[in-house]
Design a protein around this ligand. Structure first.
Ligand code: APR
Length: 248
């Protein structure tokens, strides 16, 4: 790990007045949740069409078995890793104002963060495509294919954003607020290629924020807008930043 870059990042984080974290699948990689891209990624095994909203509506019985394998059979066993816990500590200490996550694995909340903006929704709930009611996953019969609404018998859809669906309005509004007001913006474990989420770090930069990026490899952002690039695994880099912060 680049010692100088770590020191620079610690300085910025310590002096920040509005620290926002923007996270992607890479922060959960060490919780054994596969990323979407890169070696062994979800899109190596599954066709993204499965998460296209029109395909899902027309072929729910084809899509649901894969969706269970991709997410539900993996996420409930997953536990937060040190990267998640450091961000939870930083929120408790009043240092971190918000997390904007692209992830639907609920690990930031499991680690203890309260202000988590789920830009792509979540896997905790299912929404009925007919009556619109929300059913928590625990209250649905997930053995069924397709999974149906316990209230009206309609088709249940995971409450996360499919390709072709809009971002939840509240999540968009809150994300813009914490992006526009951030003076330091952590970009953790994301390829930075999926719109509109991937626009947020550009907006932060435009508003004068210092971009600190944590990734095992350079991303779309690294050469274009990252001010401090901390190459390494999220759990190791965030643990080191936390150690240095506690020292100062
Ligand atoms: N620590 C830090 N970064 C990591 C780690 C790790 N241990 N392991 C992998 N990474 C990085 C990879 O280098 C890559 O840049 O995490 C990133 C994972 O990229 P993606 O799988 O594309 O995940 P993400 O950027 O979150 O995808 C965005 O795409 O398919 C959609 O909706 C889905 O939210 C997702 C969106």
């Amino acid at each position: 790990m680049d010692k100088k870059a770590i020191e620079k990042a610690v300085e910025k984080i310590k002096k920040s007045s509005h620290l926002t974290a923007f996270t992607g699948a890479g922060i959960s990689a060490e919780s054994n949740i596969p990323t979407f891209r890169g070696k062994g990624g979800i899109w190596d095994k599954y066709d993204p069409i499965i998460l296209d909203i029109d395909y899902f509506k027309q072929n729910p019985e084809k899509a649901w078995p894969h969706i269970k394998d991709m997410f539900y059979n993996v996420i409930d066993k997953a536990r937060p890793n040190p990267a998640h816990y450091v961000l939870a500590d930083w929120e408790k200490e009043g240092l971190l104002k918000a997390i904007i996550t692209q992830n639907i694995d609920n690990l930031h909340q499991k680690a203890g963060n309260k202000n988590v903006i789920e830009f792509h929704g979540n896997t905790r709930d299912l929404v009925c495509m007919d009556c619109g009611r929300i059913t928590p996953v625990q209250q649905a019969d997930m053995s069924k294919n397709p999974v149906i609404c316990p209230h009206c018998g309609g088709l249940l859809k995971p409450d996360f954003v499919f390709f072709g669906e809009p971002i939840p309005e509240k999540a968009m509004k809150e994300s813009i607020f914490h992006t526009q007001n951030a003076d330091v913006y952590l970009v953790i474990g994301t390829t930075g290629i999926i719109m509109p989420a991937s626009i947020l770090p550009y907006q932060a930069k435009q508003n004068g924020a210092t971009i600190i990026e944590i990734n095992v490899t350079p991303s779309e952002y690294t050469s274009k807008l990252t001010d401090i690039f901390l190459q390494g695994k999220a759990s190791e880099v965030l643990s080191e930043l936390n150690r240095q912060l506690l020292r100062n």
